[in-house]
Design a protein around this ligand. Structure first.
Ligand SMILES: [Mn+2]
Length: 359
């Protein structure tokens, strides 16, 4: 193959192997509340470290895996992940960060700990001095594509578990290649399809959900207010932070809407998710404006999210934060606040309605 060395290895793999040579105790860290792209790329890196270092890398995460599909992915593919608070980072001699970069709010690392390897498809930040392998900022639809190409371009055998995990990561992050997919994503997708277990993939994508899941839909609809072409819905307390993204996607299916923002409170943090139907949108910038100095936000294109720590804020303060976020969001997307109505007539709860679990 072009540009490969005498062993047939492409320059990226050579560089990665030089960076990790001799390491015995690898950890692979995802961002908080890992999504399929983070989990898939972690599984791929775990297999590479097994092959080249003969070491069992542990996959470490923060937050929770809440979404039914993501839980099914872990269960059906037998992916083991360890909560970050149970991990001794000092005994790890190779820290790999996937689908995130050092300094991102949703990917906290122990103070002063620099990952030796960083692999991510989000817009690049500053490379830390101690990072030895930095594959960041290529305009790809998924981090799983970066990892898959390490296998494919070097003819490394792909087992079913790894192929299925990587494939689902690409499917999920690119919405079945319909969203931000590049020729590299398509190439990886097609190759992975040959090795993946499609019936397992289907069971993951159609994972069954518990009854309370539907209550969140009811709340998202009941609390949805439309301002001009933008819709905002506050879910109040949620038991799974991924629901804000799922509901923001769900509401955006309304043909009248160009923007949605959904918020929810999980673990003393206001989580928010912003979506746009406009292919030229800058949702990351909108989320950053919505959050302002109160928290952290990030994203790309039509999807973004953010978190605001609420600490011990009382109900009044929480409502003020939510109202400030709503105002900043509507200003950022230039929606006219005067043109407001309930998304579904008659569903808007009044403030004394205790059936709506508002913060
Ligand atoms: Mn990703």
């Amino acid at each position: 193959m072009n540009g490969n060395d005498k062993d047939g290895r492409d320059p990226r793999l050579v560089q990665l192997l030089n960076a990790v040579r001799g390491r015995r105790k690898p950890l692979i860290q995802t961002h908080n509340n890992p999504d399929p792209d983070a989990l898939g790329s972690a599984v791929g890196m775990q297999a590479l470290y097994k092959r080249y270092l003969n070491a069992e890398a542990r996959i470490v995460f923060g937050g929770i895996v809440g979404r039914a599909e993501n839980r099914a992915m872990l269960r059906l593919l037998r992916i083991e992940i360890v909560p970050a608070h149970k991990v001794d980072y000092d005994s790890c001699d190779l820290l790999t960060l996937v689908d995130a970069q050092p300094g991102m709010g949703h990917a906290p690392l122990p103070e002063g700990r620099v990952p030796e390897v960083v692999i991510d498809h989000h817009p690049p930040r500053q490379k830390p001095a101690g990072t030895l392998y930095w594959d960041v900022g290529r305009p790809l639809g998924a981090t799983c594509t970066i990892v898959a190409l390490l296998f494919l371009r070097n003819r490394i055998p792909l087992d079913t578990k790894v192929a299925t995990a990587l494939l689902y990561g690409i499917k999920s992050d690119t919405h079945d290649l319909g969203e931000g997919a590049t020729p590299d994503d398509v190439e990886a997708f097609r190759e992975l399809l040959v090795h993946a277990d499609n019936s397992t993939l289907s069971r993951i994508e159609n994972a069954r959900v518990p009854p309370p899941y539907f209550a969140v839909f009811r709340r998202a609809i009941a609390n949805a207010l439309v301002y001009d072409f933008a819709c905002v819905s506050h879910l109040g307390k949620i038991d799974n932070p991924d629901m804000v993204a799922e509901m923001a996607d769900f509401l955006l299916r309304c043909e009248d809407l160009r923007w949605t923002m959904v918020t929810g409170i999980y673990n003393k943090t206001l989580h928010l998710s912003v979506r746009s139907s406009d292919p030229n949108a800058h949702a990351g910038g909108v989320a950053r404006l919505a959050v302002g100095v109160m928290g952290a936000a990030g994203g790309h294109g039509r999807m973004s999210g953010g978190q605001i720590p609420l600490g011990k804020a009382d109900k009044k303060t929480r409502l003020q934060v939510i109202s400030a976020v709503t105002d900043s969001f509507l200003d950022a997307v230039k929606a006219k606040r005067t043109l407001s109505h309930a998304l579904v007539a008659g569903t808007l709860p009044d403030e004394t309605d205790t059936s709506v679990e508002f913060p």
